[in-house]
Ligand binder design. Structure first.
Ligand code: GDG
Length: 454
């Protein structure tokens, strides 16, 4: 194999970038002399046709810039105001603008030209996520014949939702130019095949995963992303002891929620379920608190301003109704906290509350379990609509729309006997150890490097 070239919207930044994806790809990138290409986060005056070499680190990083207009059209516009809602079944939130679609294509076209200039014949290209759907199409147009794989971190939509895109058939055509399209779950794979057949008339009769459309053939596979289980467990164990005094109070049970502030994560429904739990369980007043950590994301997109408003109003209302002079039932943090602190907090929490309305995988569910103390593990409550639910059947699986059911699950989790907590934790943890992020990246690269789909 030649070099691995990873391409994503955002380049991992900082002196010591963390996160499972970076951990997983670091070894392969370093071992193959490979590189990672992405937006460095800078805003340029004019579209630049050159990548900046950020040099040092575990692997080589090459950054491109975006202009303010490109951030508006490509990133906040077509990617986050059209594709993200469609991929999450929220076509009602789409903000279609032809100028945004043009900017999306222009950025992908420019990135393809910069990549084509540095690709060598044996390199493997691994493209990440919905920001870069046209990249393989653009690269093929420039004569790049290398293996190119896409991993889609989001769910894949039903045919009906995909059809709501302003360019549904073109989007299918883009996907067909990849040698491999990796999806999070078996359910997403089924929807991918159904949508390509319904929207573009693709032939999906092959049961080996090949999809054919005109002269193009691609391979689609369910390759669920995972975490660096052992590394995260060790981090949580070390950091639990470093939590500031007062975070863990022996008389008070902690419930934790961690989600970018996104409408797909179901925060209003979660807060309503917690309020329902408080209303029905007076014996738990003063003995439980929900810590919700929700760093800001995609600010400036109207739907994100709206979810922030709704979440803050609900949080204020719950504390107004239930708090007393020594206890607030809900602590809501709208800032990013350090990853190490997060790991310690997961371990301190009796309950992990992960209730998205729609989620590609949801790594928080996996991190919460990996962080638990094996001698006294907490309980995961998990939405049936998170991709993670396909693998994590030993969580308390809930319908996030059903606030009464989630309220009951909170009580079940808080009162679960130790034997059952251990049984569920051990099965979940065995799954996370057997399928970690190193296995995931190896599986993707093996599928990408295997026989070319014909
Ligand atoms: C997309 C898909 C898919 C969160 N708050 C803080 C913080 N985080 C970290 C978590 C976790 C990550 O961010 C979030 O990952 P998720 O998987 O939960 O969700 P998305 O951001 O929506 O990710 C998703 C994922 O891609 C991978 O394929 O699972 O479905 O939507 O690692 O720990 N980290 C720090 N401070 C915070 O305040 N340091």
């Amino acid at each position: 194999m030649g070099r691995l070239i990873a391409v994503s919207n955002r380049l991992p930044t900082g002196p010591n970038p963390t996160g499972g994806l970076v951990v997983a790809l670091s070894d392969v990138l370093a071992g193959s002399g490979g590189l990672w290409v992405g937006w460095g986060g800078d805003i340029a005056e004019a579209p630049a046709d050159r990548l900046a070499d950020l040099g040092e680190g575990p692997f080589r990083r090459l950054a491109f810039d975006l202009t303010a207009a490109e951030v508006e059209g490509y990133y906040l516009g077509h990617a986050n105001s059209v594709l993200w809602p469609v991929l999450h079944g929220r076509t009602d939130l789409m903000q279609i603008a032809s100028g945004h679609l043009m900017a999306y294509k222009a950025v992908n076209g420019r990135l393809a030209r910069m990549l084509a200039a540095l690709v060598e014949p044996d390199d493997l290209l691994w493209v990440h996520d919905f920001h870069l759907l046209p990249l393989a199409w653009e690269l093929r147009a420039l004569g790049v014949e290398n293996r190119i794989g896409l991993f889609l971190h989001t769910p894949f939509p039903a045919p009906f939702d995909l059809a709501a895109l302003p360019n549904a058939a073109e989007t299918c055509d883009w996907l067909m130019r990849y040698d491999l399209v990796g999806l999070q779950t078996a359910a997403d794979l089924r929807k991918f095949r159904a949508a390509l057949a319904a929207v573009a008339g693709a032939d999906t009769s092959d049961d080996g995963g090949l999809v054919r459309l005109g002269r193009q053939t691609t391979r689609a596979a369910a390759l669920p992303i995972a975490i660096d289980t052992a590394g995260f467990a060790a981090l949580a164990e070390a950091e639990f002891g470093r939590l500031p005094p007062g975070v863990v109070k022996s008389e008070r049970a902690l419930i934790i929620g961690v989600d970018r502030l996104d409408y797909s994560k179901g925060l209003p429904q979660r807060f309503r379920a917690f309020a329902e739990f408080l209303a029905r369980n007076e014996d738990w007043h003063r003995h439980v608190s929900l810590l919700q950590i929700s760093p800001p994301t995609r600010e400036g997109v109207a739907a994100y301003d709206a979810i922030r408003e709704e979440t803050e109003v609900l949080a204020g209302r719950i504390n107004g109704a239930y708090a007393d002079i020594t206890w607030a039932p809900l602590r809501y943090i709208h800032r990013q906290i350090p990853r190490a602190t997060l790991a310690g907090l997961y371990r301190a929490a009796r309950v992990g509350l992960v209730t998205p309305l729609m989620d590609g995988m949801n790594l928080v569910a996996k991190e919460y379990v990996a962080a638990q103390d094996p001698a006294d593990p907490g309980v995961l409550i998990l939405s049936q609509f998170a991709g993670a639910a396909e693998q994590m059947e030993d969580a308390l699986i809930v319908n996030p729309h059903d606030v009464e059911q989630v309220a009951r699950a909170i009580r079940t989790a808080l009162t679960m006997p130790p034997r059952e907590r251990h049984r569920r934790y051990e099965r979940l943890m065995a799954g996370l150890l057997a399928q970690d992020v190193h296995g995931w990246s190896a599986a993707f690269l093996q599928a990408l490097g295997g026989p070319r789909p014909q």
